[in-house]
Design a protein around this ligand. Structure first.
Ligand code: ARG
Ligand code: MN
Ligand code: MN
Ligand code: MN
Length: 314
């Protein structure tokens, strides 16, 4: 196993500063060293750089369209390159608009994907249904074949072709879904496990059903797009759009352990860690440390304990 880390310090998919500092904070907490301790090889591609858009006027409600388009084109190329180098791609965000480029680049390298979207939000507004204008609430609509006719062509997005089928997506952790998003999810028959289902079934059954559902359509490489706001704000408060009633730390980690065990996990986004949003330094530490543990779970860390295959008793 090897991790190809791509830092994406991008925040213009939403309007709160600070989320661009996510990659450095997650690295500073020792991500590379902790992955290596698990026996995972690590290639850090560093941070992408995003030029300032001099002219990026809102299009109706939509904010920073050109910046989001250009950033995601760059990210798509970077994720594609990390996959072509043979790594499991790890995208450190940045806001969730980055899933557009991450999933597109992943799919460009490996073909059809299964997508597991772990989030308090569905992020499936279209440019016409959004009422915040923030593109981090819209990435899924840009990626789905089924919504092609509902997403207008936008400046700096001409490179993007929808590459995911609605039947290959599972949402976990939903608890703040806009009416238009709920309509779209029902219309397309998307598989969702809201927090109600997590409560009802338990996380183990949710993950069993998630994997059974996805594998029935063929064992495609899995793209895990993990929004830290899926986790309860008591554990991960340093994020732009916290919502009460989220996944516990244990449920959150279990999701990554289970997906890792499938052997199909091929790329992971860890997004929306915003070090400026915590009330205290402890809020930030707890959020970043949770983000690290989610990533370690993706690369084989288990809570029973771990040792390298060449371990020798002294
Ligand atoms: N549904 C709201 C919107 O469209 C909130 C989205 C929050 N998304 C996120 N990636 N945190 O603006
Ligand atoms: Mn969210
Ligand atoms: Mn399974
Ligand atoms: Mn999100």
């Amino acid at each position: 196993r090897s991790a190809g880390i791509v830092g994406a310090p991008f925040s213009k998919g939403q309007s709160r500063g600070g989320v661009e500092d996510g990659p450095e904070r997650i690295r500073a907490a020792g991500l590379q060293r902790r992955l290596q301790q698990l026996g995972c090889a690590v290639k850090d591609y560093g941070n992408l750089t995003f030029e300032d858009m001099s002219r990026d006027e809102p299009m109706g409600l939509l904010k920073s369209v050109r910046a989001v388009g250009a950033a995601n084109q760059k990210l798509s190329q970077a994720v594609r390159a990390a996959k072509e180098d043979g790594h499991t791609a790890v995208v450190l965000g940045g806001d969730h608009s980055l899933a557009i480029g991450s999933i597109h680049g992943h799919s460009a390298a490996v073909g059809e994907l299964s997508v597991v979207w772990v989030d308090a939000h569905a992020d499936i507004n279209t440019p016409l249904t959004t009422y915040t204008g923030n593109i981090h609430g819209q990435p899924v609509s840009y990626l789905l074949h089924e919504l092609r006719s509902k997403v207008p062509v936008l400046p700096n997005f001409s490179w993007l072709k929808p590459c995911v089928s609605a039947a290959d997506v599972v949402f976990i952790g939903l608890r703040d879904v806009d009416p238009a998003e709920h309509y779209i999810l029902k219309m397309l028959g998307v598989k969702t496990f809201s927090m109600s289902e997590v409560d009802q079934l338990g996380v183990a059954r949710v993950m069993e059903e998630t994997c059974d559902y996805l594998s029935a359509r063929g064992k495609k490489p899995i793209h895990l797009s993990y929004d830290i706001d899926a986790i309860d704000p008591s554990v991960a408060p340093a994020t732009g759009t916290p919502v009460v009633g989220g996944l516990t730390y244990r449920e959150g980690v279990y999701i990554t352990e289970h997906l890792c065990q499938t052997g199909l996990l091929s790329a992971v986004d860890l997004v929306e860690v915003n070090p400026l949003r915590g009330q205290t330094e402890e809020d930030v530490r707890s959020t970043v440390s949770t983000a690290i543990d989610l990533l370690l779970g993706c690369f084989g860390r288990v809570r029973e304990g771990n040792h390298l295959p060449d371990y020798r008793l002294p």
